[in-house]
Write a protein that binds this ligand. Structure first.
Ligand SMILES: Nc1ncnc2c1ncn2[C@@H]1O[C@H](COP(=O)(O)OP(=O)(O)O)[C@@H](O)[C@H]1O
Ligand SMILES: Nc1ccn([C@@H]2O[C@H](COP(=O)(O)O)[C@@H](O)[C@H]2O)c(=O)n1
Length: 210
C-alpha cells in the first residue's frame, strides 16, 4: 500500500499497547530521528461528547465500537498515506470528551497506531500493513487498569469495577479477543516484551532503509 507502512497495535485495555508503541517510537527516534515515524491513538477518536452534560457522558459504553469515530481515523490514515498533514483530536478521560486542542500529525514512512478495537473494524483493517496483538492475561490487565485509572484518569475503585463488569470484560470476549485472529504477531507480556519490541524496531529500520 504506497510508501507508507501502518503498524496497528491492538489488544485489551491496559495490556501495554501504549507502552509498547511509545517504547518502539522513543527508542527509534533516539537512534534515527523522529521525522519518519508518527504515532496515532484510537482513543483520540472517541466521539466528541461536549454537547452532553457530564452525568450523561459517564453513561456511554466506551468499550463498544459505536463509541469511536472510526470513520475519521480511516480518513486520517488515508490522508497521511496521501502525504497530507492531519489534526488528531485530543481526548480527556476525566471529562469523557475531546478537548479543543488537536495534535498535528505529519505524513511519515511508518505510522504506529494503537487501540483496543482497531482489528475489529474491517475498514480500519484495510489500512493496516502489519498488525500486532498484545495478549496480556485479562487479570493482569485489570490490576494495571485499576492502578492507572485511579492515578491518571480520576476514577474511583467502585466506578472501575462497575465499568469493568458491565462493559470492559464483555467487550473483551465479544470484540477484542476474536480480533486477535487478524494479527500478524501476537505478543505476550505486553509493553515490556523486549524481543517483540526488537522485532518491530528491526522491521521499521528495514523499512526506513529501503
Ligand atoms: N509489562 C508491564 N509491567 C508492568 N506494568 C506495565 C507493563 N505494561 C504496561 N504496564 C503499565 O500498565 C498500565 C497500562 O499500560 P498501557 O501501556 O497504558 O496499556 P494500554 O495502552 O494497553 O491501555 C500503565 O500504567 C503501564 O505503565
Ligand atoms: N471516557 C472514557 C473513554 C474510555 N475509557 C476506557 O478506556 C479504555 C481504552 O483505553 P486503553 O488506554 O485502556 O486501551 C476502554 O476500555 C474504556 O473503557 C474510559 O474509561 N472512559
Amino acid at each position: 500500500m504506497g510508501n507508507t507502512t501502518v503498524i496497528a497495535i491492538a489488544g485489551p485495555s491496559a495490556s501495554g499497547k501504549s507502552l509498547f508503541a511509545s517504547t518502539v517510537y522513543q527508542e527509534l527516534v533516539a537512534e534515527l530521528g523522529g521525522e519518519r515515524i508518527s504515532v496515532l491513538s484510537e482513543d483520540a477518536y472517541y466521539r466528541d461528547q461536549s454537547h452532553l452534560a457530564i452525568d450523561q457522558r459517564v453513561l456511554t459504553n466506551y468499550d463498544h465500537p459505536s463509541a469511536f469515530e472510526h470513520e475519521l481515523l480511516v480518513e486520517h490514515l488515508k490522508k497521511l498515506r496521501a502525504g497530507e498533514t492531519v489534526h488528531m483530536p485530543q481526548y480527556s478521560y476525566r471529562e469523557h470528551t475531546r478537548v479543543e486542542e488537536t495534535i498535528e500529525v505529519t505524513p511519515a514512512r511508518v505510522i504506529l497506531v494503537e487501540g483496543i478495537l482497531l482489528l475489529n473494524d474491517p475498514a480500519l483493517r484495510e489500512q493496516f500493513d502489519i498488525s500486532v496483538f498484545m495478549d496480556t492475561p485479562l487479570d493482569i490487565c485489570l490490576l494495571r487498569r485499576i492502578n492507572r485509572d485511579i492515578e491518571e484518569r480520576g476514577r474511583s475503585l467502585t466506578s472501575i469495577t462497575e465499568q469493568y463488569e458491565n462493559y470492559v470484560r464483555p467487550a473483551f470476549f465479544n470484540f477484542i479477543s476474536p480480533s486477535k485472529n487478524y494479527a500478524d504477531l501476537v505478543v505476550t507480556r505486553g509493553g515490556q516484551n523486549e524481543i517483540a519490541i526488537d522485532i518491530i524496531k528491526t522491521k521499521i529500520r528495514q523499512l526506513l532503509a529501503e
